[in-house]
Write a protein that binds this ligand. Structure first.
Ligand code: LLP
Length: 463
């Protein structure tokens, strides 16, 4: 769908933000491969399929709403990142985007490492057999219990986020008779061009230790002085859903200059830098994400160049993509329940899920695409708002999109690119039951996270 000015304007153009006229796509039945998982296509009978299984069959077997994940696509994207970064670099999949035991196994098999940010994610990773030394532990306020477990099991690195944590991790490691490999997370002072809530490298926010005022250099001094810690590198994560490589380049440059300062002051060349995750994906046809090999090339060139200039050995680079791997591999399947046409205003299409399975539209004003997937239609495009079933008017799934005007209750519609930060941020608001995640591959579908039941809800309610 084009967000550019459109002379004819759509129906209900008057309610769109000023200057925004969406042009309906040339063919409402077409599925843009940019936003849909690799194996998604329309079969001859007009029904959309993924991994060789039609959505009508999936809906019958697993119900709606549900997330369907293209396993082959997930593996291919994970492998593309791994291959692009080669043997001199490490790819840590960011589990916060979506984590389950099946995902951990796929990552392990494809040679990726894992970034976890809570005891829950760590437990999931370990229970599915991810070797502890391939796990990085993140977070701005890890509990003593989480740190103790991480050190005990021997995670590959803990990323230190504050002065208190430097002392806390050193103390816990010492008391366990261990020396923990750590990195220090710094804020490099870059304004990432993304939503305020997911930008993380400007100075006024809760993550990391600032480079600018010498705090990061002080953190290095302290970490090097504590014998429970083995300081192996510096970490930077500038934000999420970013398309422009410029921010990463500035971050890389500033991190390398800290490495040079550390070498000058302490005579130590830290062997690792981590440039975080944050690479954007296509939610609509207007988004143009970078390929992993372009990203790998840009990052390794800048780090190599800066290190040569500073006469440093090039450190081992790592990155932490989450969304860029899992985001495009899944879609959410909904059934249309009601359609309300408010004359001269807007048409609301209500589905059987909503902000409990996708909070991103409400929280970040995120844009999504949507398509009728249980059949084709030659009807005129109709501009709609896809909303959920929650008791809240902000319960919007897709703000503005075109669907065929013969859309009817019972039709199945799907929202692509919901693999990241949808199931992982799902809630039980209104006591909604969180939908299942179903992996589809080579004509077979299997539940990897099952649908919640009312018994699940009541089990927690012990009052
Ligand atoms: N590394 C660190 C230290 C992070 O904090 C994050 C994301 C990542 C890697 C992975 O970023 P990704 O490649 O997935 O963009 N809930 C928000 C995104 C929050 C991201 C938090 N940190 C959303 O739905 O857009």
């Amino acid at each position: 769908m084009s967000r550019s000015a459109h002379p004819a304007g759509p129906r209900h153009a008057d309610v769109l933000p000023e200057g925004h006229y969406f042009a309906p796509p040339a063919d409402l039945n077409a599925l843009d491969p940019k936003v849909w998982a690799h194996t998604v296509s329309r079969t001859d009978d007009g029904v959309v399929s993924v991994g060789g299984v039609e959505v009508t069959t999936l809906a019958e077997e697993f119900g709606t709403p549900a997330y369907f994940l293209d396993e082959a696509d997930f593996r291919a994207r994970a492998r593309a990142w791994r291959t692009a970064f080669g043997h001199d670099a490490d790819v840590f999949y960011a589990g916060k985007a979506f984590l389950s035991r099946a995902v951990v196994r796929w990552l392990h098999e494809e040679g990726l490492n894992l970034d976890v940010c809570s005891g829950g994610e760590l437990a999931t990773a370990l229970s599915a057999g991810m070797p502890a030394d391939r796990i990085a532990f993140h977070g701005n306020n890890k509990s003593a219990e989480e740190i103790t477990t991480a050190v005990e099991v021997g995670v590959g690195r803990i990323v230190l986020d504050s002065f208190q944590e430097i002392v806390r991790v050193a103390h816990i490691a010492r008391s366990l008779g261990k020396r923990q490999r750590v990195q220090i997370r710094v804020t490099v002072g870059v304004e990432a061009h993304t939503h305020e809530f997911i930008a993380t490298a400007h100075e006024d926010q809760k993550f990391g230790i600032a480079l600018a005022d010498g705090q990061a250099a002080e953190a290095v001094r302290r970490a090097l002085s504590l014998d429970g810690l083995e300081l192996v590198g510096i970490h930077s994560h500038i934000g999420s859903q970013i398309f422009d490589m410029a921010g990463f380049e500035v971050a890389a440059r500033r991190v390398v200059s800290l490495l040079a300062a550390v070498r000058d002051e302490h005579g130590v060349e830290l062997p690792e830098i981590d440039l975080g995750g944050g690479l954007g994906i296509a939610y609509t046809s207007d988004d143009d994400p970078r390929e992993p090999h372009e990203i790998a090339k840009a990052l390794s060139e800048i780090v190599t160049r800066e290190c040569e200039a500073a006469k440093l050995r090039t450190p081992r680079i790592s990155v932490e993509p989450g969304r860029a791997i899992v985001g495009p591999t899944a879609f959410t399947l909904y059934e249309v329940g009601t359609i309300k046409s408010l004359d001269g205003l807007r048409t609301y299409v209500s589905v059987d899920g909503g902000m409990s399975d996708n909070i991103r539209t409400a929280l970040y004003d995120a844009e999504y695409s949507v398509a009728l997937v249980s059949r084709t239609s030659e009807a005129e495009p109709m501009l709609v708002r896809v909303v959920g079933k929650h008791c809240e008017s902000g319960d919007i799934v897709v703000k503005d999109a075109f669907l065929p005007s013969d859309l009817a209750p019972g039709d199945l519609i799907a929202v692509p690119a919901t693999g990241a930060y949808c199931r992982s941020m799902a809630s039980n608001y209104n006591h909604a039951l969180r939908p299942p995640v179903v992996a589809v591959s080579e004509g077979a579908a299997r539940v990897i996270v099952r649908r919640e039941t009312e018994e699940d809800l009541l089990r927690l309610d012990v009052g």
